[in-house]
Design a protein around this ligand. Structure first.
Ligand code: ASP
Length: 309
């Protein structure tokens, strides 16, 4: 994520302003601008919210996915990008299974490219919408963030940290605003090498101990598509790391429960917790639209150097 704290504040502020804006005025902001959604991996929330956000600003969108396009015939990312540019695309929203793909596409097309998730690397708009959700509950929706805004707030991110681009973007973002991030998971999904992950970040293997000190608990799905042969004892995993109603009531009865989705009910989180009063999961989804409006506005209306997120 290339944003500094000021840049994060501007996006939060624009997200709130755009959300409040009269829809008939809002759809002039990017009227008739052409945005291509280029998705090499499946997505429900991210793809739909980028598309709805672009349309709310009046942009024309087109979806290209790895299935049913020339990508299936072996076309490279660069050639697909150049083709989209030749067709008039002015910005590309990219989800790709390789880390660094958004950077590569921006280099080869010279178009603003928004990273909608690249392999196990980053998912910046997810971290921004997570932040917006946290601020709504813990800081009355403040947008004028500083390096101290989240001082005193401990956020546990639990589960499959190793394969999670969501974890990585949150690890980059939340400590910049003063939060302490506690990573929690078994060695297979959170190797020791992650220990030096950065300032404001620590590892706690004991989920219950992490929960006890947290104001926010972010659960992650086991990324089955990226396990590459890794064997896990799922019964043992659930016994140690599943977020259950019992654990939540006993250890963190007022904590916010976040999850980027898709949730796997009965695995990392029980259905009762996902649907319970502490769950902010659907609020996160809603916040995705406002954040993505602000990010696309910035990508298309700001200078090329300021566009990348
Ligand atoms: N939706 C998130 C992502 O694309 C998290 C997940 O897939 O588990 O990274």
């Amino acid at each position: 994520m290339d944003l500094n704290v000021e840049g994060v504040g501007r996006i939060l502020e624009r997200a709130t302003a755009l959300e409040k804006e009269d829809p008939l005025k809002r759809d002039h902001i990017l009227a008739k601008r052409r945005i291509a959604l280029l998705f090499y991996e499946s997505s429900t929330r991210t793809r739909t919210s980028f598309e709805l956000a672009a349309k709310s600003l009046g942009a024309d969108t087109t979806l290209v996915s790895n299935l049913s396009s020339s990508i299936e015939k072996g076309e490279t990312l660069k050639d697909t990008g150049l083709t989209l540019r030749a067709l008039g695309a002015e910005a590309i929203i990219l989800r790709h299974n390789s880390s660094g793909a958004a950077w590569l596409l921006e280099e080869s097309t010279r178009l603003p490219v928004v990273n909608a998730g690249d392999g196990m690397h980053e998912h910046p708009t997810q971290a921004l919408l997570d932040l917006r959700t946290i601020l709504a509950h813990l800081r009355q929706g403040a947008t004028n963030v500083t390096p101290e805004t989240l001082s005193g707030v401990t956020i546990t991110i639990a589960g499959d940290i190793l394969h999670s681009r969501v974890a990585r973007s949150n690890m980059l973002l939340l400590p910049r605003l003063g939060a302490k991030v506690v990573l929690c998971g078994p060695k297979e999904l959170l190797p020791e090498i992650a220990t030096g992950a950065g300032p404001g970040i620590e590892i706690e293997r004991d989920f219950e101990a992490a929960m006890r000190r947290s104001q926010v608990i972010m659960m992650l799905r086991i990324q089955a598509e990226r396990l590459a042969g890794l064997q896990l004892d799922l019964q043992e995993y659930k016994a140690s790391y599943q977020l259950t109603g019992q654990r939540l009531a006993a250890l963190a009865p007022t904590a916010l429960v976040l999850h980027p989705g898709p949730i796997i009910r009965g695995m990392e989180i029980t259905a009762g917790v996902a649907d319970g009063s502490q769950s902010c999961i659907l609020e996160q989804v809603t916040n995705g639209v406002a954040i993505r409006m602000a990010v696309m506005e910035r990508a298309l209306l700001s200078t090329p150097q300021g566009a990348r997120v």
